[in-house]
Design a protein around this ligand. Sequence first.
Ligand code: PGA
Length: 247
Amino acid sequence: MRREILAANWKMNHTNASGVAMIKELAPLVKDAKAEVVVCAPYLMLTDLIEAARGTNIGIGAENIYFEDKGAFTGEVSAPMLKEIGVEYVIIGHSERRQYFNETDETVNKKVHKAFEYGFTPIVCVGESLEQRDYGVTNDLVRYQTKIALFGLDAEQVKKVVIAYEPVWAIGTGRTATSEQAEEVCKAIRDCIAELYGQAVADEVRVQYGGSMKPSNAEELLAQPNIDGGLIGGASLVADDFSKLIR
Ligand code: PGA
């Protein structure tokens, strides 16, 4: 019922030239993909990537967005700017933004609202640190993050949100959550949405897993009933790996 969504999160890696080259290499490899295919990249290269992806089934997303439309916010990029160039998706609240750039649950919520105002599909990241997992508060924490992220949205909007469950200890570390661990938390996220908006709404929300997902572990993770895709960093940088994972 839910269409799987596999999103690359390139982070601060490709340049315009290498990014465009990768889209051109990726496009024929994933043209028959059943899943929704997305590439999220730094602002600077989005125009070029959108151009390179025109006529393909690859959607292009930003890795962040600001929650005001315009004004004196040096260095920020607004939703209207992204809309104008044809961006379709936006990652919000990635743990690296929470950790290094003062992103909070409150700013995540403001950005989610802004994303809907401009018709982007938000990919909202939640997830626990190793310390929080050891304290046994993983499900409490992701529920808390999810509730604040979605605060004030109506049911129709919530259906369109993509939640990425990314245990911080699994990001870029080569350490993946087991499929049981990932499924447990993704189910907790769906249950939380069901409590707030009803089961029918929760059943439409796509919940991704992210954290060292790669071709060798993707199949098992994606076979879990509550995992509807992946947010992929390292393994999304090379067309061969990312397309293998998608296929
Ligand atoms: P990773 O990153 O696949 O390199 O662990 C995932 C992410 O941060 O979205």
